[in-house]
Design a protein around this ligand. Sequence first.
Ligand SMILES: [Mg+2]
Length: 232
Amino acid sequence: MGTDHKLVLWDIDHTLIETGGVGSEVFGEAFHEVTGVRMKDMASVAGRTEPVIFRETLDMHHVTSSDGLFERFADAQARGYERRADEMRVRGRVLPGAIAALQTLARQSGITQSVLTGNTRKSAQVKLRAFGLDSFLDLDIGAYGEDDPVRAHLVSIAQQRAHRQRKHTYSADSTVLIGDTPQDVAAAREGGARIIAVASGSSSAAELKDAGADIVFPDLIDSSALIRALAV
Ligand SMILES: [Mg+2]
């Protein structure tokens, strides 16, 4: 094995795609379905994992969690995304440059692409499939919200899965997260990975730099700059 093996772990929301508001509506419907309580407010979502968002939203509505509640919620949420996939394609979008970036990296030998996301695996799969992005990513390698509520812990989970699948050890130098929030930056720094930040979500380039990202792109349009950043 050469030294050019890289594990690229994409964040999903506001890095690759936007759901155009369908995501929070699906969350609210699933919340209502499993708790019987109509959702009035939702915990903040940017860069956070689904179990944390769910638990805080339960607290906001004074609902006590119970065994299996999150799992039932996650199932209902994934079914909601399935049901509303057409609508999500209309209201949402693939972010500029995302498809070309995924294609370009897919053509590089030695690069394995997957996701590191707060989404559950089921919802991640449905969302990526709805926008035609799933074929570029090895979703068996990714790490997801249900794997650990702490985003930084997802890095080693993905590295272990990648090791099992690819028989290659991915270090902090050969693992790269691509994400749009200070939480993605922190996950890389604390979890042991490099970070390429993209200011395509609600955080500005300055905020992402302040959070500790050395490389910040405004969007994913310049695929060759992305390749150069990965080659460092
Ligand atoms: Mg994001």
